[in-house]
Design a protein around this ligand. Structure first.
Ligand code: SAM
Ligand code: SF4
Ligand code: SF4
Length: 361
């Protein structure tokens, strides 16, 4: 008789939830640096059909890589429960991400559950666009109203090389059009700018999306995780991106929509619409960072660059009440001190940081 092979889960022992510092009922939730909690990013899968060189390099995320087994992944019911608890603590926004969130089976079912449970939450999702053409209508019907699609280049050869899955630009552009036509307009388009790889595409992207109503966000290449070979020299500072765009299409800054907004807004002076810059490396925004992250396996991370998360799943599965969960999240947040990007140097060690595909971008 053959012995069944049990897949080995990636060993990741979460941090224990600390005791509360203050009664959460005593006032608005704030961390050690006075930052509130506004935004929750939920990673719904650690899997992806792309192997973007800056995120899941193929030589690391190869056939031997062990993704999380199903039993370790939060169910939709568990995700909604955690989201409700965060909502009770004051969050205004949820972003579904991953990995590639559209690979999670019946993702529209989760969107429907979240939008019904929390109708006043600003719910959005970030995707590589590969399955968006097929899913856009179902996502809209489930209650999604906003979406972000990643696209790093309009040059097909460059894009195929960067996603390392031979995926063509045309299908992402088509997906953006379909999403907009289904009601998910304006679409936000994320471009990670890497010097010498795709920075020659900045103007082409600005030109293409000007006047379309969609908003490109130019993101500095970050040292997330430990595998993407990040070097400071590869970062194109956002100020340089703005300088280059301004030389071609004069532009000016726009006031933020709300405190702590990640992307700084710019608009074309001739009325051609807006673009955004995300300067996580050159102009860190830790002082206003109000984002928490829930990993695919139910750990709470208080920073994108954290080395460990707090194990919410265990207490959830041990029968914690909503009150217990809320106090656990509050306790973690009250002790939060993170400000990685403010103190990063080119020599900051990278060995233990969690990968972005796991924690959620
Ligand atoms: N798979 C989806 C996608 O690509 O849109 C969602 C997950 S992905 C991790 C979320 C966002 O993080 C994408 O826009 C991606 O380009 C960005 N990203 C990934 N690695 C990055 C890095 N090293 N620096 C800056 N942005 C990065
Ligand atoms: Fe996948 Fe998104 Fe990471 Fe690219 S950036 S490998 S699409 S998770
Ligand atoms: Fe927030 Fe951490 Fe990024 Fe600073 S480094 S902005 S604390 S996620």
């Amino acid at each position: 008789m053959s012995v069944p092979v049990i897949p080995v889960a990636p060993l990741r022992r979460g941090l224990e939830i600390p005791p509360l510092l203050r009664d959460p009922a005593s006032g608005p939730l704030a961390d050690m640096r006075g930052r509130g909690l506004r935004d929750l990013r939920i990673s719904v899968t650690d899997r992806c059909n792309f192997r973007c060189t800056y995120c899941m390099p193929r030589d690391v995320f190869d056939a031997n890589h062990e993704f999380l087994p199903h039993a370790q992944i939060l169910s939709f019911e568990e995700i909604v429960r955690v989201a409700r608890v965060f909502h009770g603590l004051g969050i205004a926004k949820i972003r579904l991400t991953g990995g590639e969130p559209l690979l999670r089976r019946n993702i529209e079912g989760l969107v429907a559950m979240l939008s019904q449970a929390l109708p006043d939450i600003d719910l959005t999702l970030t995707t590589n666009g590969s399955a968006l053409k097929q899913k856009a209508r179902a996502l809209f019907e489930a209650g999604l109203r906003r979406i972000t699609v990643s696209l790093d280049s309009l040059d097909d050869a460059t894009f195929r090389a960067m996603n390392d899955a031979d995926f063509p630009v045309a299908r992402v552009l088509e997906a953006i059009d379909v999403a907009a036509a289904e009601g998910l307009a304006p679409v936000k388009v994320n471009m990670v700018v890497k010097r010498g790889t795709n920075d020659d595409q900045v103007i082409a992207m600005a030109r293409h999306f000007r006047g379309s109503g969609h908003i490109v966000r130019f993101i500095e290449f970050m040292d997330v995780g430990a595998t993407n070979g990040w070097r400071m020299d590869d970062v194109v500072p956002s100020a340089e991106v703005v300088r280059r765009i301004n030389a071609e299409f004069p532009c000016e800054p726009v006031n933020p929509n709300h405190f702590g907004e990640v992307a700084k807004r710019w608009r074309f002076k001739d009325g051609g619409g807006e673009f955004g810059i995300i300067s996580s490396v050159s102009q860190a925004f830790c002082s206003s960072c109000n984002r928490a992250r829930l990993s695919t396996d139910g750990s709470l991370y208080t920073c994108l660059f954290a080395t460990e998360g707090y194990d919410l799943k265990s207490i959830l599965r041990k029968g914690a009440s909503d009150e217990d969960l809320s106090r656990a999240v509050a306790a973690v947040w009250q002790r939060r001190e993170d400000r990685y990007s403010e103190i990063r140097t080119a020599d900051t060690p990278r060995s233990r940081k969690v990968e972005m595909s796991f924690i959620g971008g």
